[in-house]
Write a protein that binds this ligand. Structure first.
Ligand SMILES: Cc1cc2nc3c(=O)[nH]c(=O)nc-3n(C[C@H](O)[C@H](O)[C@H](O)COP(=O)(O)OP(=O)(O)OC[C@H]3O[C@@H](n4cnc5c(N)ncnc54)[C@H](O)[C@@H]3O)c2cc1C
Length: 372
């Protein structure tokens, strides 16, 4: 099922959603496509484009209303970006996740102003939950520590990688309380605070244009108005399915483009490519199954059933596996023409590995399923 079919699905059910996803797809084709190579190189961080996507509603459709939320339009929009540029789809996930945190917070001082600003793309930012997400499942220990002081907390520590950042950006993350062992607090980090340092990272395999930094907190004061949740454990239980499901767009769009690449070389190379074990038709079927499951789960991200959670984790695992498999197959279908640095298939392969290693990584997802 291609993006057109996804849009049709949404048109039948929600014209407003379809129009957002269609507008995002238009911006992806017209404005993002010419920048994709530079973003991949790390010479461009597309902040203007991210703000423009905010203008057409790309960051606001998944905000909860009356206790329910629908992530379908956000996933469809990110898939449209991922069809063109995996790095930008990842930044879109970072931005959408920040919106998801702010819009689900009970802190009225925070939600007023901030949630609307980030949902409109006036404020940009992301999420530093990799370390906490690994900690919840027994893989790491909390890297940030905090203690209560008058009017807020003082936080210290460092996170190795946080993306979609810049000097005026924000991101959501978690510290463990030193003064109350076992308690954790989720907050917004303000990158403009002089007690925060953004450390440039060494070049990556892909994702270099994503505004990714190591972040150091040197006894930063976090005022109460930037606290997302005093009790982070129940808050994380509430937002965790959305956090994972929103990643589906990255893989879905990437797989679509890998199928397109295989079809593009079918004319000159189909006579020999047909001997390869994996064909576009195999991935069309796989993609259709993954999309159907994603769209069904995305209607109900606050579902607290164990079975629902298992389906979310399983889907995420399958999307990582399928992304790598589709990019690998596309590479083999292209042959030497895909081995040129200028051919997008090798970028798709590098991007696919990111879908499989970004938290929750393949190994973490397998551990989570094994522990269930
Ligand atoms: C390009 C990029 C962008 C990312 N953006 C974000 C983001 O926005 N938010 C976020 O929370 N996380 C981000 N991450 C982290 C990511 O989500 C994963 O946590 C990370 O890829 C490792 O996950 P893993 O489960 O494979 O852990 P593993 O790689 O198995 O282990 C991770 C741990 O190993 C250690 N480690 C690994 N590599 C190094 C190294 N080079 N130097 C020192 N120590 C190291 C660190 O202690 C680290 O916590 C990003 C990672 C990359 C590569």
């Amino acid at each position: 099922m291609g993006s057109l079919a996804l849009s049709r699905l949404a048109v039948d059910e929600d014209p407003a959603s379809a129009s957002v996803a269609d507008q995002v797809a238009t911006i992806a084709r017209k404005n993002l496509a010419p920048m994709a190579a530079a973003i991949d190189d790390g010479t461009v961080y597309p902040d203007e484009l991210l703000r423009r996507l905010g203008d057409v509603g790309a960051w606001s459709s998944h905000q909860p209303r009356n206790g329910a939320a629908d992530l379908r339009c956000a996933i469809q929009s990110m898939a449209a970006l991922a069809e063109v540029c995996g790095a930008t789809a990842f930044m879109a996930w970072c931005q959408n996740t920040l919106v998801w945190y702010a819009a689900n917070s009970d802190n009225a001082a925070l939600t007023t102003g901030f949630a609307d600003g980030v949902a409109a793309g006036k404020i940009l930012g992301g999420t530093g939950l990799s370390n906490p997400m690994k900690t919840f499942f027994g893989i790491e220990k909390f890297k940030l520590k905090g203690r209560r002081v008058d009017g807020g907390y003082v936080v210290r520590g460092a996170l190795p990688w946080v993306s979609n950042l810049g000097p005026d950006h924000f991101f959501g993350t978690i510290f463990e309380r030193e003064d109350m062992p076992g308690e954790i607090v989720m907050f917004l980090a303000d990158c403009s605070d002089p007690a925060i340092t953004l450390q440039p990272c060494k070049p990556f395999l892909a994702m270099d244009g994503t505004g990714t930094y190591g972040v150091q907190f040197r006894d930063i004061f976090v005022p109460d108005r930037l606290i997302l949740a005093e009790q982070a454990k129940p808050f994380v239980r509430k937002i965790r399915a959305g956090f994972i499901l929103l990643q589906a767009g990255m893989g879905v769009g990437l797989i679509r483009d890998c199928i397109a690449i295989m079809n593009e070389v079918d004319g000159p190379l189909g006579h020999v490519n047909r001997y390869l074990p994996q064909q576009p038709s195999d991935f069309n079927q796989l993609l259709s199954d993954l999309e159907s499951e994603a769209m069904e789960l995305a209607r109900d991200p606050f579902n607290a059933d164990d079975d629902y959670w298992r389906r979310v984790v399983t889907l995420r695992l399958h999307i990582g596996d399928a992304s790598v498999a589709a990019a690998h197959a596309a590479m083999l279908h292209c042959g030497a023409r895909g081995y040129l640095k200028s051919h997008r298939v090798q970028r798709r392969l590098r991007e696919a590995y990111f879908v499989a290693i970004v938290t929750p990584a393949t190994k973490q997802l397998r551990k989570m399923l094994a522990d269930m």
